[in-house]
Write a protein that binds this ligand. Structure first.
Ligand code: ATP
Ligand code: MG
Length: 332
């Protein structure tokens, strides 16, 4: 059976981008067709300035939302990254295989380090080495496929390069994984700034739909989405990114095709209205189920405890093999 791994960082509240780009597919497709692991990758949340209590809270909330969205612990493994030591153990070996140059080329490093510097913060070394940890997350499980949004393509490519390089140097240890993306909404854009990706850690939330937003907040944000000065509803990401984004959202929420849907609208207002209602209905069951689960934190804890135990059992033999392959002496 195929092995699938993917993760989500507790750097903010989960967004519609996270849901459409990743989580929904994990729920609807991936957990049914493979031996799948989904992780709240909390170590990655420490690469930027953070409040410890908030990271802890967001980790629990992210795990609860994954279950609310429909991940079934009977079918897949849901766990918190820092509960499984193998991630950090293997990350170091990945740092010994990767080069400084390839880390610096990562687009997300350039963007996020730029943002940190612009706000007067220093750039943490872990922000640079983050892709080594991400490679470890994936490779520790002999992963075949990594279902992610489009923004993660470059990191998964790097993971492949590192796996191949490691195997060539030290003998075959790692499966070489590949990224998979949803057909529609693989890159959801910020509603107020449709040339940048909707990201949960972005400060201005006006253009971000959060999974836990109530119906009125969703409507307000979608109705205030930036479009452009044109009139015609066409699906053209370059010329009309805001409108294309709305069409992508409507298509993702209703199962249609974005370009075909465009033909049915004579005004931006009507498109926004339908998109808002479709997103409200899409998120309603997730929000309702989240409220039920949040009332029973003991259940979520138990899922995460069992998940970590299972994940540890899968990762340990792979990471032990990697340690031996590079020449580290087995513990006596
Ligand atoms: P951050 O701003 O902290 O990077 P994020 O919203 O990008 O947060 P991640 O935890 O980095 O979230 O990513 C989790 C998953 O969600 C990844 O698979 C990523 O590709 C996907 N994802 C994130 N943002 C979007 C988006 N706007 N559209 C589609 N997929 C997305
Ligand atoms: Mg991200």
């Amino acid at each position: 059976m195929k092995r699938i791994f993917s993760g989500i960082k507790p750097t903010g509240h989960l967004t519609l981008g996270n849901y459409l780009g990743a989580v929904r597919r994990w729920v609807e497709v991936d957990q049914h067709r493979a031996d799948a692991l989904f992780s709240v990758v909390d170590l990655h949340a420490l690469t930027v300035e953070h409040d410890p209590a908030r990271v802890r809270r967001l980790s629990r909330q992210a795990a609860t939302l994954l279950l609310a969205a429909g991940l079934d612990p009977e079918r897949c493994t849901v766990f918190v990254q820092s509960h499984v030591d193998e991630h950090a153990r293997l990350s170091y070996l990945m740092e010994c295989v990767a080069t400084d140059g390839e880390m610096r080329r990562m687009i997300q490093y350039r963007e996020k380090s730029g943002r940190a510097q612009a706000s007067g913060q220093s750039v943490r070394l872990s922000l640079l080495t983050y892709p080594a940890l991400m490679a470890a997350d994936i490779l520790a499980y002999g992963t075949d496929e990594v279902p992610v949004g489009e923004d993660q393509t470059q990191h998964v490519e790097l993971t492949r390069d590192l796996a191949v390089r490691f195997n060539q140097r030290y003998g075959h240890v790692f499966t070489v994984p590949k990224a998979t993306h949803p057909e529609v909404a693989a890159r959801v854009m910020d509603l107020r700034d449709p040339t940048s990706k909707m990201g949960k850690s972005h400060e201005n939330g006006a253009g971000i739909v959060y999974l836990l937003d109530d119906a009125d907040a969703v409507r307000r944000k979608v109705m205030r989405a930036v479009t452009d000065s044109g009139r015609e509803v066409v699906h053209d990401r370059a010329a009309s990114p805001g409108v294309a984004n709305l069409l992508d959202l409507l298509a993702a929420a209703t199962g249609g095709d974005p370009a075909a849907l465009a033909g049915g609208y004579a005004s931006y207002g009507a498109l926004k209205k339908d998109t808002a209602e479709a997103v409200v209905e899409l998120l309603r069951p997730v929000r309702e189920r989240h409220a039920e689960l949040a009332a029973d934190p003991g259940h979520v804890d138990e899922v995460l405890r069992l998940g970590a135990e299972r994940a540890r059992g899968m990762a340990r033999p792979v990471v032990d093999r990697a340690y031996r392959a590079v020449g580290l002496m087995p513990a006596l």
